[in-house]
Design a protein around this ligand. Structure first.
Ligand code: DGL
Length: 269
C-alpha cells in the first residue's frame, strides 16, 4: 500500500497520475487541511506535521510514502528520510520495526521535484515562469535546480497568492478565481514566460482558469507524471508488486467534503 499526503487536497493532482500509471494499486491519501496552508509555515512546524502524518499512514498499512506537496518536500523530506529510511542505523531500524509491528525495517519516500529542467529545455522565449509557495521558492532543492538552469534561460518566480485557498474551497473557475489567479500569473507573462512550472500540487486544479488568462501558446508543466514514474520505478526496484483492483481511501484532519468532491471530479477513473 502507498501513502500519499499533502497540506490539503492539492496532492490529489499527484494521486490522479499515480492512479493512471499504477492502476492496480492500493492507496491511502491524507489531507492535513486542518493546518492548511503550509506555504508560509516554519520548516519545524511542517516537519512535525509530516512526521505525524507519516506515522498515521504507516499505521494504516503504507509501505511507501509520497510527499505530494512541494512545500513539505522542501521543508521535511530530508528530516523524514533521516528518521526512517536507513536500516543500517540501529535507531532508525528499531523505530520503523516498532511502527510497522515488524513488517519492515525502513520506509521509502518519494517527493516532488521542481520541473525546471523540462521547462528550461522546452522554452522558446528563453523565459520560464515558476509558480510555487514561498516555502518552496526558499527551499535548497529548488534553489539548486534553479542554479543549474539559470545560465541557459531567465527564470521568473511568483507565489500563487490565494491559489491554495481557492482550491481548498472548491472555487476553481469564475470571476473571483480569475482575479486571484491573474494577480500572480500576469507578472510571469509580462516577463515573457512561455512555459510555466506548477510548483505546488494545488495549482493544476486551476489550470482551466490559468489557460483562459494566458491564452494559447503558453505551456503549463505539472510534475505529477514524473513523480508517478519515480514511484513506479522505486516499487519495481524494491520488489513491491501491486495486484488487484484500484483502491483509494481518503483521510483528512479537517472537513472532508471538498476533498471528496475533487476526488470524484478529477481523480476517480
Ligand atoms: N500543495 C502544496 C504544495 O505543493 C502546499 C500548499 C500550501 O499548503 O501552502 O506546495
Amino acid at each position: 500500500m502507498t501513502g500519499i499526503f499533502d497540506s490539503g487536497a492539492g496532492g490529489l493532482s499527484v494521486l490522479r497520475e499515480i492512479c493512471r500509471q499504477i492502476p492496480s494499486g492500493e492507496y491511502v491519501y491524507f489531507s492535513d487541511n486542518a493546518h492548511c496552508p503550509y506555504g508560509e509555515k516554519s520548516p519545524a512546524y511542517i516537519q512535525e506535521h509530516s512526521r505525524e502524518i507519516t506515522e498515521r499512514l504507516v499505521r494504516e498499512g503504507a509501505q511507501i510514502i509520497v510527499v505530494a506537496c512541494n512545500t513539505a518536500t522542501a521543508a521535511a523530506i530530508q528530516y523524514l528520510r533521516s528518521r526512517y529510511s536507513d536500516p543500517s542505523d540501529p535507531q532508525v531500524r528499531r523505530r520503523v520495526l516498532d511502527l510497522t509491528e515488524g513488517r519492515q525495517d525502513h520506509l521509502l519516500f518519494v517527493g516532488m521535484e521542481p520541473a525546471v529542467k523540462p521547462a528550461a529545455l522546452g522554452t522558446r522565449s528563453g523565459v520560464i515562469g515558476v509558480l510555487a509557495t514561498a516555502g518552496t521558492l526558499k527551499g535548497s532543492k529548488y534553489l539548486t535546480t534553479k542554479g543549474n538552469y539559470s545560465d541557459g534561460c531567465t527564470i521568473a518566480e511568483h507565489v500563487g497568492q490565494g491559489f491554495v485557498e481557492l482550491v481548498e474551497s472548491g472555487e476553481l473557475t469564475g470571476p473571483h478565481a480569475e482575479e486571484v489567479v491573474r494577480a500572480s500569473l500576469q507578472p510571469l507573462l509580462d516577463a515573457g514566460a512561455d512555459t510555466i512550472v506548477l510548483g505546488c500540487t494545488h495549482y493544476p486544479f486551476l489550470l482551466e482558469t490559468m489557460q483562459a488568462i494566458a491564452g494559447p501558446g503558453i505551456r503549463f508543466i505539472d510534475p505529477a507524471p514524473a513523480v508517478a514514474r519515480r514511484l513506479s520505478d522505486l516499487m519495481a526496484r524494491e520488489g513491491i508488486t501491486q495486484t488487484g483492483s484500484l483502491s483509494v481511501r481518503l483521510l483528512s484532519s479537517g472537513p472532508s467534503e471538498n476533498l471528496e468532491q475533487l476526488y470524484l471530479r478529477f481523480v476517480r477513473p
